[in-house]
Ligand binder design. Sequence first.
Ligand code: DP6
Length: 398
Amino acid sequence: MLDGTVITCSAPVNIAVIKYWGKRDDELILPVNSSLSVTLHQDQLKTTTTIACSRDFQEDRIWINGREEDINQSRLQSCLREMRRLARKRSGDGDPAHGVAGLSHKVHICSVNNFPTAAGLASSASGYACLVYTLSRLFGVEGELSAVARQGSGSACRSMYGGFVQWKIGERADGKDSLAEQVQPETHWPELRVLVLVVNAQRKHIGSTSGMQTSVKTSSLLKHRAECLVSGQMDKMMRAINTKDFSAFGELTMQDSNQFHATCLDTYPPIFYLSDVSRQIINLVHCYNHHYREIKVAYTFDAGPNAVIFTLQEHLPEFVQVVRYFFPPESNEEQFLKGLSVDSVPVSESLKAAIGMEPVANGISYIISTKVKVPGSSMWGLSGTLATGNLLFMGPFP
Ligand code: DP6
């Protein structure tokens, strides 16, 4: 019985180290190249979605971060239609245990992020992964669901798994083999640490969907990257991850990020996602690594100016201190570092001199310190029943 059921689940953000940029099929969301990402811990970055189902609901509705949005958007419709189809298929498989009464009832969906939406922090990935996952719990659908999440947002398919995840390009025109797959589990590389340097939390100007459409139409670098470069980069990246070779992992991550932004620049008219502060961060990372003659820290940037930094636990305290020194917050000193705590250590004068840039006050709004999603922090949350007529929870989610 679905009538009156309420389900809440959460889903993680993922950060691509080999970027997805460009579709060969806009409707099914099929990519022009495979991609690979790291799924992040949910304590710092996640989407939480509550879905209620009731015979009293007149229509499907959705609220995102407390504001009602248009449920008729084609990507939302694809996910709802596909999940209901899978649920019907399952209830029609002859097993009475799988019978789901009330599949025709409407749903009310309430989704919130604990981080700024559309700031280049992949909110669509955790958002659609969470929508599909919560619907799967509501409808009792099991199995491979990354193909459904992919139809919400390409990068969402990778948030369906923890650890290190690849999204295989696939060959079929119907997209059935364009799926996400775990490369290594959550436990594989516990020393890996992640910092999100929030440069500018305002909404981005050109969304990834329209940005990549223009790139596909106009960039010959995109074509070359997809046809000749990515598959080799994927192989090397998987080797680096499998052997926990940070130096190789970091170098490949930075090179792929740079190649993606070069593709954006090769797009006509060009797309600029990086800001001056993004470029200062890139410079700082290279000077830091050069000082130690070793790749200790790596950056990657998505469709926005925020940097995501990968490093190992042992290097984290010093690097955070370096960021604080060169991007000093004007106020709110104690709010500058959010998430996992980081020890305070001094920064040597020789390191400051080696970086050699002028401090940029307020260049970075805040840092989120996090790590790879850990096992056991499942996407499955609580479930309950909706007292008929009680729609209070549909307001802005606490
Ligand atoms: C730069 O998944 O947001 O973050 O499929 O159109 O929804 P749509 O695009 P989206 O693109 C993400 C692009 C990226 C790189 C990546 O995550 O691989």
